[in-house]
Ligand binder design. Structure first.
Ligand SMILES: N[C@@H](CCC(=O)N[C@@H](CS)C(=O)NCC(=O)O)C(=O)O
Length: 237
């Protein structure tokens, strides 16, 4: 090893993403790390390992990122941290207006779209079963027996608090698909949501939609929107 290569190796921080595979916010961070080419490993909190999450951050939520000795919680805080430590390629567009628009869409995805991600996951039995199987992957069967009812109760109370369960299911599906139609319109003739390059807006919105594609029965209807389908496909992998 040359002295240069050696010192670069010494300087590279050990990066660990604490995650659940099917959390859209964890997916959002995986996308950022991949886009910026940050070498990292993942630590999963499947099954009853989820009990350890409370000790990782004040909010007790995932994702949490360890960057050497520094620990950062919350996907938006992680985005800002990464942008500072690994500035290229940029997550936030250069112009002030585009950067503001990208952050607004990020927030819309994290709040408005996430409510639908949770709703479809808890209200559709098939999606719920698939989510539980993925969240218990690699863990013993007895853990799954304990985890499943606790997870379902917790998820349902979050969705209830959002007010979605007080409306008829068909109305909620229609309201969600109108948002996907809006996205399709925003993407007409464009490669990316904001500006001329992929940004935090594309990452945050695609992270939510990809989780819906993974566990909800709406996948075909989402893919039916041609601009959305093309845009999701170009970010896959
Ligand atoms: N605003 C946070 C939201 C993170 C979040 O809600 N994560 C969910 C998983 S998708 C979680 O940790 N839920 C566990 C809980 O609320 O106890 C972020 O962007 O990281």
């Amino acid at each position: 090893m040359t002295p240069d290569a050696e010192s670069r190796f010494d300087l590279a921080p050990d990066v660990v993403l604490h995650q659940w595979e099917i959390s859209p916010f964890c997916g959002k961070v995986r996308r950022m790390l991949r886009m910026k080419g940050v070498a990292h490993r993942v630590e999963n909190y499947n099954g009853l390992r989820a009990l350890k999450v409370a000790r990782l951050s004040r909010a007790g939520t995932l994702p949490v990122l360890d960057w050497g000795a520094e620990r950062v919680a919350d996907s938006s805080a992680i985005a800002a941290f990464l942008e500072q430590h690994q500035p290229t390629p940029r997550l936030y567009p250069a112009g002030a207006r585009d950067a503001a628009l990208a952050r607004t869409l990020e927030d819309w995805a994290d709040e408005a779209l996430y409510a639908y991600t949770l709703y479809f996951r808890v209200e559709y039995a098939q999606a719920r079963a698939q989510a539980i199987a993925l969240l218990c992957a690699g863990r013993p069967a007895w853990e799954r027996a304990i985890f499943a009812p606790v997870y379902t109760r917790r998820l349902r109370s979050r969705v209830d608090a959002l007010g979605l369960t007080r409306r008829p299911g068909a109305e909620i599906e229609a309201a969600f698909l109108r948002l996907v139609d809006d996205l399709d319109t925003l993407l007409r003739g464009r490669e990316w949501l904001v500006g001329e390059a992929r940004s935090i807006a594309d990452i945050a919105v695609a992270a939510q939609l990809d989780e819906m594609l993974r566990t909800s029965t709406l996948a075909e209807r989402i893919r039916h929107r041609p601009n959305v389908a093309r845009w999701l496909a170009q970010q896959a992998g």
